[in-house]
Design a protein around this ligand. Structure first.
Ligand code: DCP
Ligand code: MG
Length: 579
């Protein structure tokens, strides 16, 4: 996914630059601990060489004992450093991941509605979970061994050179070769692992589509198609993952081969000098020890580079989201004090709009003015642009031409065409509208929305659980809860987008009467399919193919507006034939 904002990449801060000020210090401290630990490690072979060559060979027990004691002490101190850096590494990587995760979440929440609609939810999910875990794993590994590896390698090379400058010349050949291999790996691997994460997004998409559409899929008996789709996505992921891992696994053996060749060379050279009469076994053992340390360090480095490459791919995906434009908490302006909000008007002036990525204008040059306190109906055939108009009126989308004057977002309540309840109780769902509402206010809103009766009918009443693991509500019940939630906000402008379509006509009429009697007399915009729903409105707005065809009372329109008359005819005709 690219976050499609059309925003130009200006030097956006990387993850490192963003979080270094927070985690830099503890990170540095940990690296220092690791350095001390590595120093302890590289001291050992040198002490061992002295123990063997001076103590054992010359038969001096006192030297053997003091050197052995030194080795013990150094090992003990090293273990202490190792213990503390492990503690810090876990602590820092976990808190850093938690921090990134909450920042990422906050950014996603702050995305303007019109932009957020374009974000790919599955990709966001992968970024929020898997990508952050990759970064966390890397951080943890980095503080444990990433810095230890080069320190150990450099330390070992240094000590080995002190021990025997002649043999150390060998290292001048081996080490650059290995570094070259590692550099190449980082470059290639980055692209490969970015691919892996993209395939992970894809798999999530398929799986989520299956979960959300499971009923439709069963009804249409498309289960085996879905299985194939999933198998294909899983297969693709496996394939790119295999390719990436296969690439990475070749590095380890190559490095091992190089270093082992080096060890063979050391032994052979040692043999040469022994034949020349200068045989110091401790010396040779220590040198081979250093070579193994170097091998070990480089192997560790390849492991961690594996994780670095993955983490880098993930970090850039996380940064993409963090650097995307967001709004500073647009909802903080919400004030709970002077409820109900004052009735507010709405005016469109020559508004034109097209959906991002859409082919044509869905709202074309629309102008109208709604006075505060008016009750306006909107009718039009399906696809005529009613919901688009609602989105514009709420400020969720922005017109590309013309202007809209509307009250602040906090004064508007909208009941969207697609009901969205959260998992929780009926009470908690309604409280989303107005967190501080008391029981009397809840009851009032439910009453007006025609929901009180069925809520009281549930054994658990207001505490009835809805959503996952809760009762299954009918479409009409959900719509009424959604309406009650909006009413609780006591808005100055209430917009209902086809929100009583699943409610029977009698209940709907009762709801309409209740809406007209709301305290504060808010402006109401009611989008409806049925003419009966808008017949009593102060004025009705007729939309067709994105154009405003007419705006007037039911009586006026039924005389002068052809399209309005068509709608009436189609509906009464339908009733005459079928009732
Ligand atoms: N459209 C789009 N992208 C969206 C929503 C809508 O491209 N996210 C297009 C589809 C239609 C046009 O905009 O061609 C108008 O759609 P509306 O949802 O505004 O139409 P209505 O609300 O009038 O239709 P309905 O009565 O079915 O709700
Ligand atoms: Mg609609």
């Amino acid at each position: 996914m690219k976050l499609k904002d059309g925003h130009t990449e200006v030097k956006a801060p990387s993850l490192t630059r963003r979080y270094w000020p927070v985690f830099g210090w503890p990170f540095t401290l940990t690296v220092v601990l690791v350095a001390l630990e590595a120093a302890c490690d590289v001291l050992q072979p040198t002490i061992l060489a002295r123990l063997l060559d001076e103590g054992v060979r010359q038969g001096r027990l006192d030297l053997v004992l003091t050197d052995a004691a030194w080795m013990l002490l150094v090992a003990g101190i090293g273990a202490l450093f190792a213990l503390s850096r492990n503690y810090f590494a876990s602590h820092i990587s976990l808190s850093c991941a938690a921090r990134i995760r909450s920042d990422l979440f906050r950014k996603i929440v702050s995305r303007p509605v019109d932009k957020a609609a374009l974000d790919d939810p599955d990709s966001l999910l992968t970024r929020l979970t898997n990508d952050i875990t990759q970064v966390q794993n890397f951080l943890n590994g980095a503080m444990r061994i990433f810095f230890k590896a080069p320190l150990l390698a450099v330390g070992a090379i240094l000590m080995a050179s002190l021990l025997d400058p002649g043999l150390a010349a060998l290292l001048l050949v081996i080490v650059p070769l290995v570094l070259g291999i590692l550099a190449f790996t980082i470059g290639r691997g980055f692209g490969l692992f970015r691919h892996v994460q993209e395939q992970m997004d894809r798999l999530n998409t398929v799986f989520r589509e299956f979960l959300t559409g499971v009923r439709v899929i069963k009804a249409l008996e498309r289960g085996s198609d879905e299985e194939q789709r999933f198998a294909k996505a899983a297969g693709n992921l496996a394939e790119v993952n295999t390719r990436a891992l296969w690439f990475m696994t070749r590095v380890g053996p190559m490095v091992a081969l190089l270093v082992n060749l080096g060890i063979v060379a050391v032994l052979w050279l040692g043999l040469q000098s022994a034949e020349a009469g200068d045989f110091r076994p401790g010396h040779l053992i220590a040198f081979v020890n250093y070579m193994t340390q170097i091998l070990f360090a480089l192997m560790m480095a390849t492991n961690i580079i594996n994780s670095l490459v993955r983490a880098r791919a993930s970090a850039s995906r996380i940064s993409e989201v963090l650097n995307a434009p967001g709004q500073e908490n647009p909802d903080t302006e919400r004030e709970e004090t002077d409820l109900p909000h004052q009735a507010a008007g709405l005016e469109f002036h020559r508004v034109s709009f097209r959906w991002p990525g859409g082919t044509g204008d869905v709202i074309r040059d629309v102008s109208f003015r709604i006075e505060a306190g008016e009750f306006i109906g909107i009718v039009g055939s399906t696809g005529s642009g009613k919901s688009s108009l609602v989105q514009l009126a709420c400020g969720f989308q922005h017109p590309h031409g013309g202007s809209i004057s509307r009250p602040a977002r906090s004064h508007i309540a909208v009941v969207p065409q697609r009901v969205n309840l959260f998992s929780g109780t009926i009470r908690s769902n309604l409280l989303w509208g107005h967190p501080n509402a008391d029981q009397a206010q809840l009851e009032q809103a439910a009453e007006a929305a025609g929901a009180k009766e069925f809520i009281d009918g549930f054994p658990d009443g207001w505490e009835t659980r809805v959503g996952r693991g809760g009762v299954t509500l009918s479409g009409g019940q959900k719509q009424r809860l959604s309406l009650a939630r909006a009413l609780l906000r006591q808005p100055g402008l209430l917009i209902l987008d086809d929100s009583t379509s699943a409610v029977d006509s009698l209940t709907e009429a009762a709801i309409r009467t209740a809406l007209r009697a709301l305290p504060g007399k808010p402006t109401i915009v009611l989008v409806a399919q049925r003419i009966a729903s808008v017949a009593q409105a102060d004025r009705v707005l007729v939309l067709d193919e994105g154009r405003l065809i007419d705006l007037g009372t039911h009586r006026e329109l039924s005389v002068r507006c052809e399209i309005y008359r068509d709608i009436i005819r189609s509906q009464t005709g339908w009733e005459a034939d079928h009732v």
